[in-house]
Design a protein around this ligand. Sequence first.
Ligand SMILES: Cc1cc2nc3c(=O)[nH]c(=O)nc-3n(C[C@H](O)[C@H](O)[C@H](O)COP(=O)(O)OP(=O)(O)OC[C@H]3O[C@@H](n4cnc5c(N)ncnc54)[C@H](O)[C@@H]3O)c2cc1C
Length: 306
Amino acid sequence: MITRNALIYLSRQEGLKDFATRFRPFKQLTTRFVAGETIDETIHFIREINAEGCSASFDHLNESVTSAAEASKEVAEYLNILAKIDETGIRSNVSIKLSQFGLTLDPELAYKNARRVVDEAHRRGNFVRVDMEDSKVTQVTIDLFKRLREEFSLDDVGIVLQSYLRRTYEDAQQLVKLPARIRICKGAYNEPPEVAFPDKKDVDENYIRVMQLLLSSGIYHGIATHDPKMIEATINFAGRAGIGKEAFEFQMLFGVRRDLQRQLARDGYNMRVYVPYGKHWYPYFMRRLAERPANIWFVMKNLLKG
Ligand SMILES: Cc1cc2nc3c(=O)[nH]c(=O)nc-3n(C[C@H](O)[C@H](O)[C@H](O)COP(=O)(O)OP(=O)(O)OC[C@H]3O[C@@H](n4cnc5c(N)ncnc54)[C@H](O)[C@@H]3O)c2cc1C
């Protein structure tokens, strides 16, 4: 049986990535989780999402930046996204990964690049969410985010924490004091047991503890999950604590549980859909397969159909 770990391992294999991105039938399957290759294709889907009462977070996929010049192109892409959001009037903020701005080359370069995007978002009254990547970069991501927060406001830039990490509850306690807007998710990478809870039960328990801490802080946070148990726990906690629906938002990924996305929006909750696009979809796509290995059958079936 193909395991979650094996799929995450495959998500990092450059050779497979090159093959998969050139293999047309495989590429066609990505439309399940990836909106397209261009900003305009993505805008088409975000309009549909907006029409269903949900907002969006625009994400350009590219985690494998290997030069300062490439990182600079990513900045240009995001400045363009922010301009297009304004031009078209779609309801969307943006999500970025520091690795796409050069984090593994030089953290200072990533900071300067992220700063340019946050500055532009600030100028346009938009918001930048800094995604969280694997645990090797958790600390540096938090450190660079704190520097951004010194310069920009709570409503300009926010961060992501992952409930599978043992350190996350403490990070959340520190960050709400800044204050900071946080997206809590379970976490999508392969992590060793020293840093992450190996059991799903512990990941879920930690998710609920962090969610309660966030909701009690009075700051507008993002509760990112497709797990009905986490959603129910959030709704129940908010109800018990007298926290209004307008005080937080649920977040889900493009192509996952669209029924639930619509339902929550209809029930009056703020619902944001994370919408990725771009040519470098391979690692993102493989992580989505890893979250639900049943998706592999969907891929196999469609590949065999030709
Ligand atoms: C808006 C958003 C932003 C995110 N940002 C980050 C980030 O910055 N860093 C990071 O590490 N991770 C991020 N993630 C991914 C996250 O960490 C999880 O890997 C992912 O959300 C699956 O966890 P879950 O909470 O849905 O619960 P799970 O326990 O994994 O799944 C619960 C149920 O949801 C459904 N489901 C979940 N995933 C899928 C899927 N791929 N296909 C079909 N059904 C599915 C299934 O019904 C499953 O039984 C983000 C997720 C969301 C929704």
